[in-house]
Design a protein around this ligand. Structure first.
Ligand SMILES: [Zn+2]
Length: 429
């Protein structure tokens, strides 16, 4: 069909019309325009291929139900169905959000480890909320994510194949991200296959290479359909599988994975060993659930600290001391805030979040406290209360302090804290 021109109007199903401003881009499925609707600018994705009425109705249903999480650039309005063509309206993507594939090609870099962990946390949470709302995504791949490299904030696009779990509207997914049973054509994409694709995306985010691409793939002259079915379908081998070393990463090709893998704490490596092990490859219901990934990245964030060299590093709580992964400095074993099932490493600039403080709180984004250094005596540390509530601290000698907004609890072993809501915490070794 012919493309739209500036100032053309397109009628929405709900009755009003939008005005085309300019073409923003073009993909396999359609064209994206910047449009104006009731004085505000949006993006319109207009399909250039024919899609079924069922696809249209599914999109319309998703619009009515609303986005499962803020992370999704969810369809907001659908246009009228006209001559077998239609489109949908969504928010414009702010320019500070960059294509995930650019991070994989090193065209973009995260400002810090924290921003990278935040991105992993937000992606895990988004798919958790999507599945909890009864959907499956079905086409999860590196083209769906846009990430702010400074903060790690994520926006997930291309939500048009999202459908109630168990319903498939024709999409199979993108090769390298599809689950083995989908590659082999045994099953249609569903929430279990999303979990496999999610693990692939998370591995690539952290380690910069593909989890199934090592020596085996590097040694074939070209990627035929038969090879693709073998390496991603019938016989996928994780590059760090402890029981199967056939597919180890190759120096010079998979250098990121080789360099980064040993730097991460063992619990992170174990989760990926499980995610890409033989059991998960062939038994879709055994795959790592999204809430486990969410907890894992909260734990990783709790154990990530700012070294005096100005870079972030991990504190491995299973070891008696940890060295900075950047400068090699021995950081010893800092004190911990033991709260709920979390152990937050207490180190200057470390944050405590709302989800740490209340039993039922899932808010992992709102900062509730921060570890600060005394300006006159930098060896004295404290936890600043950044909430509007009063915290109660009991010192080892039995004295009690009530700690209001912006006040500070000193960081010493055996101090006990009761946060508002009654959650008890203790500073421990
Ligand atoms: Zn350092």
């Amino acid at each position: 069909m012919k493309e739209f021109n500036k100032n053309d109007t397109v009628k929405l199903k709900i009755g009003n019309s939008l005005t085309i401003k300019e073409k923003l881009g073009e993909g396999g499925q359609g064209v994206v325009y910047r449009v104006e609707l009731q004085g505000k600018e949006y993006a319109l994705k207009w399909y250039t291929h024919e899609y079924s009425k069922k696809f249209y109705q599914n999109l319309d249903n998703n619009i009515k139900k609303g986005a499962p999480a803020k992370t999704f650039l969810w369809p907001l309005y659908i246009t009228e169905w006209k001559d077998n063509r239609f489109g949908y309206v969504m928010e414009l993507r702010p320019p500070e959000y960059k294509d995930f594939s650019h991070f994989l090609l090193a065209k973009q870099r995260f400002a810090s480890l924290s921003s990278m962990i935040n991105a992993a946390l937000q992606i895990s949470n988004a798919f958790r909320e999507l599945h909890r709302a009864g959907y499956s995504y079905q086409d999860l791949n590196d083209g769906n994510f846009f990430i702010n490299p400074q903060t790690g904030d994520v926006l997930i696009c291309d939500n048009d194949n999202v459908a109630p779990d168990g319903t498939n509207l024709g999409i199979a997914g993108k090769c390298r991200y599809m689950a083995p049973e989908v590659v082999l054509g045994k099953r249609k994409p569903n929430a279990d296959s999303d979990r496999f694709s999610l693990s692939v995306a998370l591995f690539m985010l952290l380690f910069g290479n593909h989890p199934l691409e090592g020596k085996l793939i590097a040694s074939v002259p070209c990627m035929t359909d038969k090879n693709e079915r073998r390496f991603y379908g019938s016989d996928p081998v994780f590059i760090f599988d402890p029981q199967d070393d056939r597919n180890r990463p190759v120096m010079g090709i998979h250098t990121n994975a080789i360099r980064r893998w040993p730097l991460f704490p063992i619990f992170v490596r174990e989760a990926f060993i499980h995610a890409f092990g033989k059991e998960c490859a062939h038994h879709p219901n055994k795959r790592n659930p999204e809430n486990e990934w969410q907890k894992l990245f909260i734990r990783l964030r709790d154990e990530t600290v700012m070294c005096s060299c100005g870079n972030e590093t991990f504190i491995d709580l299973s070891q008696s001391s940890s060295r900075c992964i950047n400068c090699g400095k021995d950081l010893g074993k800092p004190l911990l805030l033991h709260v709920k099932n979390n152990r937050v490493v207490l180190f200057p600039q470390q944050k405590i979040y709302a989800c740490h403080l209340r039993p039922d709180n899932q808010d992992f984004l709102t900062v509730a406290g921060e570890v600060i250094q005394n300006k006159k005596n930098p060896s004295l540390w404290g936890i600043r209360n950044l909430t509007s509530d009063v915290w109660l601290a009991t010192l080892p000698d039995g004295r009690q302090l009530s700690v209001k907004t912006n006040e500070v609890i000193p960081v010493f072993k055996d101090i006990e804290i009761i946060f508002s809501g009654g959650t008890k915490a203790k500073i421990e070794e």
